[in-house]
Each structure stands twice: as C-alpha cells, then as structure tokens.
Design a protein around this ligand. Structure first.
Ligand SMILES: [Zn+2]
Length: 392
C-alpha cells in the first residue's frame, strides 16, 4: 500500500513528556518520557520522540509514577454502609486501583461485582471476607463486628465464591480484635487461613485491640500474608513500650509478612509511625482504609496518608514503592505497580508542594508538615483520564 505524502505513523497513543519518573519496580528515578498504546505502556525512556505520539501531555516539573494502588479501601458504595465511591476517590487521590478490604463476603460479593466493580471506570479488586455477609454493619451509628458470630464464618462458602470470582479476588480478609471478633481469639484467623490455603491466596488480617494479642496474631501469619493497621496507636503493634521492634514482628517481616498502614478512623498515629520509622521498621505498604467514617478525616485518602509519611521523614522514592510495587506484589499482580513495557497503562502525576500544612491523626494529634503531595493528572488504560487539581 502506498503511504500518502506527509503521513506519519503514530507509534504511540499518548506520551507524557519531560517528567521525572519514579518506578521502584525497575529501579527508575530520573527524567524520562512514558508512552502508551492500546491501553498499555508501550515505551519509556529519556530519548523518546514526542512526535511519535498522537497526543502528548507535559509532565515537566512533575513526578510520574505507576498508577497508585490503595491496598485497603471500602468501595461497595450503596451496598454497604461503610462504602464510598471508588471513581470519585480516584479523581481526588490519583488511585487507579482500589483494593476493597473485605466489605463483602460470600453472601454479597456478586452484587459488589455487578453493581460497582464492573461499571467502575477505575480498577477494583477485592479481599473476600471470611464472614459470610462481609462488613455488614459499620456506619456512623451502628457498629457490629462481623467476625464474632461463629455461624457466619464459613470456609466452604468463602472458597466457593473465591473460586467463582478468581479474576477479582486477591485474598481473604479477617478482622480480629475486641471490636470485631469479641472473645473469639485467633479462631477467625484460623478459618481465614484455611480458606486462603484452599484458594492459594494470601490473608489480610486486621489487628485491633486485644484479644488477640499482636504477637499471637503475627506469629500465625504466613509469608505473603498482610497485616493491616500496623501504625495503630496505643498497644498491639510492632513496637514495645520503649519503641523497640518486638522480635516477633522482625521475624514476621523476615519471612515475608507484609506490614500495611491502613489509616482509617482508628488505626494511624503519628507517634507510632514516627517510632517505626526511627526504629528502621517502616510500613511496607501505605494505604488509606478509606470508608464512610474516615473519608472526611482523619484519613481523607491515600494521597493525604502519603503526605503524612513524607512529612514524618519517609523518602518519596520509598513512599512511591509503598503505593505501587509493594501492594502490587502483595496482591500477586506485579505488572499493576510498574511502568514496564506491556504493563497496564496506568500512571499518576504527582507534585510535592512545599509549604505549611497541618495534618491530623486518629487520636486528634496534629502535625505541622512542610510538604503536601498534590495529584496533577491520571492516565488510565493508556488514555488521559483526569486533570488532577489545578496547577499552581
Ligand atoms: Zn478497613
């Protein structure tokens, strides 16, 4: 076929130009252009020619990272009292993959899939709750833990539904603690592990007030399992009263247990987070645990949670790893947290804004911070999806 004069073959659909790319999955931390084609990353490098793309967007002065994953969210909007809207959250925070942490169980996952996950523009994956109805009674007024009634903790049903929706389910969720499992101790965790073993998936375990004790819970977790709420205030976390890492936590990290922040309304204190950073034991994953009782503060979203960690002294490169490569590995979908050629075409554009900002944790403590991470654009499935907040 003759090529008309003046015709230029466009190799890429979209290119982000002039940005600073941080992609810990491939050790990238420097200037590069990122190109997308057919919904995927098609090229990345400092010398890509912008003329080879149909559309270009300037990322000058911005940090380009793989699309942000939020490992702990509650996004069954309308189907559960605690659920919030994933797409609205994504527009605000630059999250391209929301992982729902057990809002639904075997009884109601199908509705979550049909009414929320499938129509959603952004990607939603989910941990399936070991409790049959999921987190069915968590609102502003009513709060009744789903893991305290033995009849609701059904391994067989969890496995059946987990197998039927294997394309979306990334693990089994269990919430342990006085508020959620009452005096059941480790029993709900044993059942969650039993279901997870049959499914060949990891467990995400929520730690609350004892029982069970943190050390007993963490001792039972297997390599690849996730412990969420690792920066919770008061007791039952990875540090002793002198802020030293307890041996059981150090051993767990060594064998591959993942420590997830999971901010929420009751699970993040500046004091614990600061002490963990000082002890050389930072969270592996930064997540918001955003739900109806934390979205208007103190968590807000993952970008605010990331900003808090930045102000506490965590390096930007490590923060990016904690919202891209690390959660993608935790859900065993490493391509989601990377800008490698062939990876899903998701990217988030960030700017670290210098100034004076006040942050709040779940205890009401405030932090005067010198930084705020702003979201300046989202690429989703290889196309420009959202402009982010106004550039200043
Ligand atoms: Zn949660």
């Amino acid at each position: 076929m003759a090529i008309p004069v003046g015709f230029q073959f466009m190799q890429h659909d979209l290119m982000l130009t002039g940005g600073h790319v941080i992609d810990p999955s491939q050790g990238l931390d420097g200037p590069a252009n990122v190109a997308f084609r057919n919904g995927k990353v098609s090229a990345i490098g400092p010398k890509l020619d912008p003329k080879s793309a149909k559309v270009t967007r300037s990322a000058r002065g911005l940090t380009v990272v793989p699309g942000i994953l939020d490992l702990h969210t509650h996004v069954y909007w309308g189907g559960t009292a605690l659920g919030i809207d994933a797409d609205a959250l994504a527009r605000k925070s630059g999250t391209t993959t929301s992982i729902d942490a057990g809002s639904t169980g075997a009884a109601n996952f199908h509705g979550f899939r049909k009414h929320v996950i499938e129509p959603s523009e952004t990607r939603i994956l989910a941990y399936l709750n070991i409790s049959y109805p999921g987190i069915f009674a968590f609102g502003h007024v009513v709060n009744f833990g789903e893991a305290q009634i033995p009849e609701l903790l059904n391994v067989q049903e969890c496995v059946r539904v987990g197998r039927a929706h294997r394309d979306l389910i990334v693990g089994v969720k269990v919430r342990l603690g006085l508020e959620t499992s009452k005096m059941m101790g480790l029993w709900p965790l044993e059942l969650a592990i039993e279901a997870a073993e049959q499914l060949g998936l990891p467990v995400m375990a929520h730690v609350g007030s004892p029982p069970p004790r943190f050390i007993d819970l963490v001792a039972r977790l297997r390599p690849g399992d996730v412990l969420t709420h690792c920066c919770r205030p008061l007791m039952n976390h990875a540090l002793d009263t002198k802020h030293r890492v307890i041996p059981m936590a150090a051993e767990a990290r060594k064998r591959g247990v993942v420590f997830d922040l999971g901010h929420g309304a009751g699970s993040f204190s500046f004091e614990t987070a600061k002490a963990m950073l000082k002890a050389g034991f930072p969270p592996d994953v930064i997540s918001s645990d955003v739900h109806i009782r934390s979205i208007d503060g103190p968590a807000f979203d993952n970008l605010v949670t990331m900003s808090k960690m930045l102000c506490l002294g965590m390096k930007l490169k490590d923060i990016v790893r904690a919202v891209t490569e690390a959660p993608a590995r935790a859900i065993r979908r490493p391509r989601l947290g990377a800008l490698k050629v062939g990876s899903p075409g998701d990217a988030t554009l960030l700017k670290a804004v210098k100034g004076k900002f006040e942050y709040i944790d779940v205890t009401g403590a405030t932090l005067q911070g010198g930084w705020r991470l702003a979201q300046r654009g989202v690429v989703l499935g290889g196309r420009w999806w959202h402009d982010g907040e106004a550039r200043a």
